[in-house]
Design a protein around this ligand. Sequence first.
Ligand code: PMP
Length: 425
Amino acid sequence: SRSEITYWGAGPALLPTDVLEEAAKALLNYNGTGLGIAEHSHRSALATDIINQAKADLAACLDIPDDYEVLFMQGGGTGEFSAAVYNFVGAWVVRKYKEIFGDVQGDAADHPELLEKLKQAVENELKVDYLVTGGWSQKASAEAERLLGSKHVNVAADARKANNGKFGIIPDEGSWNLSKDAAFVYYCDNETVDGVEFPGFPKSLEPGPDGKGPIVVADMSSNILTRKIPVKNFSAIFFGAQKNLGMTGITVVVLKKSFLPPSLSQPPVALLRTLGLPVPPIIFQYETIAKNNSLYNTLSIFDVYVAGQVLKKMLRTYPNKVEGQQAVTEQKAELIYGAVEAFPEVYRVIPDKTARSRVNVCFRVTKGGNVDASEKAFLEQATAQGLTGLKGHRSLGGIRASNYNSVPLEGAEKLANFIRAFATS
Ligand code: PMP
C-alpha cells in the first residue's frame, strides 16, 4: 500500500497523501458545487480565485517581490527552453531598436539605414549565454541553437571540458566566457540527471551596487521550494510543477515585470521577420499569458489547485516558509550522503563534493568490484523494503535518490539505514 512505499523517483514525484485525499474529493464535488474541479470553467470566478491564491501563496513561500509576475504555463520545462529564447531575444531586439532608432517616429521600413544598422547589430552582437553543467542545460542550449542558429549561442562554460568529458562539477567562475550584452545568461540550478547543483547564486552574475546586472534566466525544475533564493537577481525563473510543487501539466514562470507591458512590449512580428528572428508561438509569449492572468487558453485548474494545496501545506508546516523546508531538505540529504560516504569501498558519489545536489543524490555501488551486479542487488533489496524509484537515469546509470519535498524525514532515515545495512551485508 501507499504507506509502505517511500518513492525516490526523479519526477513525477510523491505528493502529500493528505493533499491527494482532498484533491480526490475536489475532483468529484468542489466546495459543494456538485461539480468537480476539473469540470468547472477555467473562466469561472472560482478558477480565478484558485489561480490568484496559488500565486499569492507561491509569492509568500519564496518571498517573491512585487515587481515580479507569476505565470502558469503549459509545455513543461522543455517548453520554457524555447519560451526563454523567444521572449528574451525579443526584449534584446526592443532594447537595440531603442538604442538605434531613438525617438525616430514611423515605421522601421521608412528608415532603411537605421534598419540596416539594427540588422547588423543582430547579425554581429546578438548572443544568448549558456552555462552547461548537465543534461538539462545542454538540452536548453541545443534548443537555443535550433531556434537561433549556433552563431548566436555562446556556451559560456561547459563543465565537461574541465572534468574529463563528464558532468559533475560547476566550472570555476573565472573561466566563464560571458558575452558583453547577452540577451540572457541561462543556467540550470539543479541538474536532475547528473546530480549537480549550484551551491548558491553565482557571484559573477550578481547585480552591481546600482542594482544592474546581467539578465539571468534559471531552470529550477527540480530544486524550486527546497531553498531560499534571491529572486531579485533573476529576470526569470521557471519550473515544471511535477517535482516539488504539484502535478505534471503546469509550468510556472516567475518573471520580472520590467519585461512586460507597459515597460516592454515584444517586437512586432514584421520586424522579427525582417531581422530573420523566430516569431514566438502565441502560447509561449509571456506578455500574452500575463495579460490574461494565465488564462489565454484552457489551463488545467485542477493542477493549479493541487499546487495551491501543496503551498498551503508548506505555509502551515513551516512558519518561516521555504527556509523551514530547506532545513529539512538538507537534513535528509546529509543523512543519505553520510551513509554513502561512510563506506567508500562500497559506494562512490558521482558528482564532485563541491557541486553535489541536495535534491538528486547520485551514486554508484561498487561493492565487490562488480558494479552492475551490485547495483542490481541494491535496487532489488531496496524495492523489497519499499524504497522504490532509485534507479539512476539511463544516461548515467547507478543509483539516484530524489530527495524532493514530499519525501519525509523518516523516509530518508529508512534509506540511510538501508544503505548502511547493504554495505555491511
Ligand atoms: N529541466 C529540468 C532540470 C528537469 O529535471 C526536467 C524534467 N525532469 C526538465 C527541465 C524538463 O521538464 P519537462 O519534462 O516538464 O518538459
